[in-house]
Write a protein that binds this ligand. Sequence first.
Ligand SMILES: Nc1nc2c(c(=O)[nH]1)N[C@H]1C(S)=C(S)[C@@H](COP(=O)(O)OP(=O)(O)OC[C@H]3O[C@@H](n4cnc5c(N)ncnc54)[C@H](O)[C@@H]3O)O[C@H]1N2
Ligand code: MOO
Length: 390
Amino acid sequence: MITVDEARALLLDLVQTGEIEEVPLAQASTRVLASDVAATRDQPPFAASSMDGYAIKAAEVEQHAMFKLIGEAAAGHGFDGTVGAGQAVRIFTGAPIPQGADFVVIQEDVDRKGDLITISDDPGSKDNIRPAGVDFRVGDTISAPRPLRPEDVALMASMNIPRVPVRRKPVIALISTGDELVMPGEVPGPDQIIASNTFGLKALFERHGAHVRVLPIARDTVASLETTFGLAQGADLVVTIGGASVGDHDLVAQTTQQLGMERSFYKVRMRPGKPLMAGRLAGAAMVGLPGNPVSAMVCGYVFILPMLRKMLGQSEEADALVTATLSHDIAQNGPRQHYMRARVEGGKISVFDNQDSSLLSVLSKSNALAVRASDDPARSAGETLHYLPL
Ligand SMILES: Nc1nc2c(c(=O)[nH]1)N[C@H]1C(S)=C(S)[C@@H](COP(=O)(O)OP(=O)(O)OC[C@H]3O[C@@H](n4cnc5c(N)ncnc54)[C@H](O)[C@@H]3O)O[C@H]1N2
Ligand code: MOO
């Protein structure tokens, strides 16, 4: 059986980085920026007031000094003239600083009578002016690749970048398999359960930039599986869930073989997730995930997210592991690399007692997967453990 790292490398070989497309700025959120974008202007484009008050000459700032008002500068409407000695311009936040002025005294520090103002309180030394280009200058860049956050979208808007180069969203077709499955909201028969993996994985992949197509549940027959694979056409990656193991009704390996899949590997020395399979089928990458709900989700994190990152032109590195201090003793690990459901709080990690791969309630309480190497010896409270944050 191959190791997790070997499997990850083989999986990365199955996918390519997608093309670049341009989207309107309003649709750029959560997309992955594909090439650097540059500001097309300075911000602010002029020295601007940061407060409501009066623009005067800094050299004349002194308590009790008096000035004559000669005009007004508002945001969007600058003052055309020049501020001379003894003169002031009424100014508002965001307005351009008029020529001749280099200080804004805030209105709270001023007494105004008609068109005369007197500095009544100590105005301090802060000039209340934002220099031109203090936020960014024309040509300043936002570097790619990066998933675009709301903050980046706001910055691109301010930089006057109306269209954004992003990576095409990889299309993932998700196929749940099994006669026991019905969709949430349907009425299950006495021997049936609700398909959960589909929804967990859809949420995970979409959060990381994929477009996910959920295909109808394939029944445990070769014919049904073949039909459903047919519906996956056009996807970059086809992910099946379940039917991966060795039981009489685990038909994914047999069906994909019949459909001509070039198999890359089958089975990984990990827990959960051992019966993982992968290959290339009809021009797409194909990954067969084990059906146990926690196994499917863990494989989603450990294997599919790096594939997704490669397709999106991002780092192909595995997620960096973090360390925490064990809060209790744990037993020796078995021969498979183990991703143990765990909770990290205040730098301490506790591993859940029941690690059965069917327990979504435990996974949902977890915020970490403690990663144990194969045959890792027993560990005591206080030792350091590596984990993958969830
Ligand atoms: N004799 C052996 N039996 C098993 C082995 C083995 O090595 N030898 N491996 C075990 C391991 S490890 C795993 S993991 C499972 C994987 O089995 P399959 O991929 O074939 O999955 P299924 O049998 O179809 O389902 C397992 C389990 O998960 C439930 N399931 C399946 N799909 C979904 C879904 N979309 N949503 C919710 N739950 C789902 C299914 O009902 C089963 O309970 O095999 C072990 N057996
Ligand atoms: O590998 Mo199975 O995924 O341990 O439950």
